[in-house]
Ligand binder design. Structure first.
Ligand code: ADP
Ligand code: MG
Length: 500
């Protein structure tokens, strides 16, 4: 076994564990969400079920009423005086015939319209009939009406003859009708009560069952929540003071035998411009890479207060998820997409922060469209503040280095960062461009609620704009303080003079 495998093995395992926790947390989140939806759905279904049972009762009662009505009507026929009975029978027959004739009449209109040649796709007759046809309809209607009257009259006459021919004991028939009416009303009452009791019982069983189901789901939900909280909080119980944005606690990063960072601790205050300085090879970029989790620290902790005031242990984040915590970094070499306009470079940076991912970019889904609607004005606003608006439709290729730096800073602002970390932003800039960058960083710090973490080799820049500075040498802290204290520090002077 050589030294490389021995060294890489625990780190690989550690990384795998972090990935696993992250993965599990995401699964838990969707599971919790699904359980919540299910419980909500069951809850919402309960009144619907009650409503169904109620309408079932109504339907059964309506059937009963129909039969009772028919029975009572027949009983009533036995004692009604001939004149009233005739009126009743006439009305009944007319009602039935009207339904029949309406159909006949419709058919006739349809026939005429078809003869006129205008029928829509559903065989319906839209609009008015031609005058001739309208006349025919009128005639037909009158004919039907006369025919209807004749039929009704005949039917009613016949019925009366039949009903009133035999003996009609009015009083006895009436009391039978009245008695039956009372009986039926009582019967209906009993039926209603019975149906209601049955429905109540059915609903109670259903409700009990469902409440148990909901309780079970909620219990599961809470268990999932507790589990997922355990995963997130198991690793730490530390809460950073409110005014601290970032804390390095005993950070070590070893490359084999080389201690690139060796027990480094310091705090970065919220909203300040912080500078990490040191001679070449002192470990600045390594610190930077540890914060972004590009390197997994050999030991030591990195804590971060996110914009919601939650203290996160950065060590457990995968490098590609760091951006989700609100930390944005820029590289020493500028990373803009040459094929995209300046505006699109800003938009694409923001999209990675929001929901639409790779798939939506391929198919330009509605989510992406909505996001673009929201993000474009934001991007234009940032470009304006960075004095880049006139370049929004230009391609970054061939632009001056200072301009590219500005575009890249504008891009970091799109991600709603609460901490921006920059590795030697002044490297490669001339004096005038460095001055512009200084102004720009001051402006960003003033106008956006961000903390700026500067990794710098150039003492001039940090002395100008930093609130606090930490100077390191060989991965160890030399001095921490305000620019004046750093400038006057003997250790710092020696380190710089000693190396250069
Ligand atoms: P700075 O950014 O301050 O110039 P670096 O953090 O880049 O310093 O480097 C600090 C030390 O760590 C240097 O000696 C460098 O050679 C070493 N180093 C940096 N990265 C690695 C790596 N990936 N593997 C091995 N050694 C590294
Ligand atoms: Mg470096």
């Amino acid at each position: 076994m050589n030294s490389t495998t021995r060294l890489s093995r625990p780190r690989f395992g550690e990384r795998l564990k972090e990935q696993y926790y992250f993965f599990i947390r995401q699964i838990d989140e969707t599971r919790v969400e699904r359980l919540g939806i299910r419980a909500g759905m069951i809850e919402q279904y309960m009144p619907i079920r009650r409503e169904r049972l109620n309408s079932g009762i109504e339907k059964k009662l309506a059937l009963f009423d129909y039969a009772a009505e028919k029975e009572l009507s027949a009983l009533q026929d036995k004692f009604l005086p001939a004149e009233e009975l005739f009126k009743k029978k006439y009305a009944q027959k007319e009602d039935a015939l009207n339904k029949q004739y309406r159909l006949k009449f419709r058919e006739y209109r349809q026939k005429l319209r078809r003869a006129e040649g205008v029928v829509d796709a559903d065989n319906n007759l839209p609009g008015e009939l031609a005058p001739e046809s309208a006349k025919k309809v009128e005639v037909y209607e009158a004919e039907l009406e006369a025919e209807k009257k004749r039929i009704i009259q005949k039917a009613a006459d016949q019925f009366i003859k039949k009903e009133t021919s035999g003996d009609r004991d009015g009083a006895e028939a009436r009391s039978r009708w009245e008695e039956r009416k009372k009986e039926l009303a009582e019967e209906r009452d009993r039926l209603k009560k019975g149906l209601e009791a049955k429905a109540d019982a059915e609903y109670r069983i259903f409700a009990e069952h469902n409440e148990k189901r909901i309780a079970r789901i909620k219990e599961k939900l809470n268990a999932e929540r507790r589990k997922s909280e355990a995963v997130t909080t198991k690793s730490h119980t530390l809460v950073l003071p409110e005014d601290v944005a970032l804390r390095l606690d005993g950070l070590c990063m070893y490359f084999g035998g080389l201690k690139a960072v060796d027990g480094l601790s310091f705090d970065v205050k919220k909203g300040e411009i912080f500078g990490l300085i040191g001679p070449n090879g002192s470990g600045k970029t390594t610190v930077f890479n540890c914060i972004t989790q590009f390197y997994k620290p050999t030991s030591g902790e990195i804590w971060f207060n996110d914009r919601y005031g939650t203290t996160l242990r950065l060590n457990k984040y995968a490098v590609h998820n760091i951006i989700k915590t609100g930390i944005v970094r820029t590289f020493q070499n500028i990373e803009l997409v040459a094929e995209l306009t300046v505006l699109d470079n800003l938009l694409i940076a923001a999209h990675t922060q929001y929901h639409s991912g790779f798939i939506s970019h391929m198919f330009f889904t509605p989510t992406l469209k909505r996001e673009t609607e929201v993000l474009t004005p934001k991007a234009l606003g940032i470009l304006e503040e960075m004095k880049l608006l006139h370049l929004k439709d230009a391609y970054p290729v061939g632009m001056p280095y200072g301009v590219l730096k500005r575009i890249e800073l504008a891009r970091t602002l799109m991600a709603d960062a609460s901490l921006i970390i920059l590795d030697e932003p002044a490297a490669g800039l001339n004096e005038k461009e460095t001055e512009e960058l200084t102004e720009l960083l001051k402006q960003i710090s003033r106008e956006y609620e961000v903390t700026i973490f500067l990794v710098e080799h150039d003492m001039g820049l940090v002395m100008d704009i930093c609130n606090h500075i930490c100077a390191i040498s060989f991965g160890k802290k030399l001095a921490y303080g305000v620019p004046k204290e750093i400038q006057e520090s003997k250790d710092v002077q020696e380190a710089y003079l000693g190396v250069e």
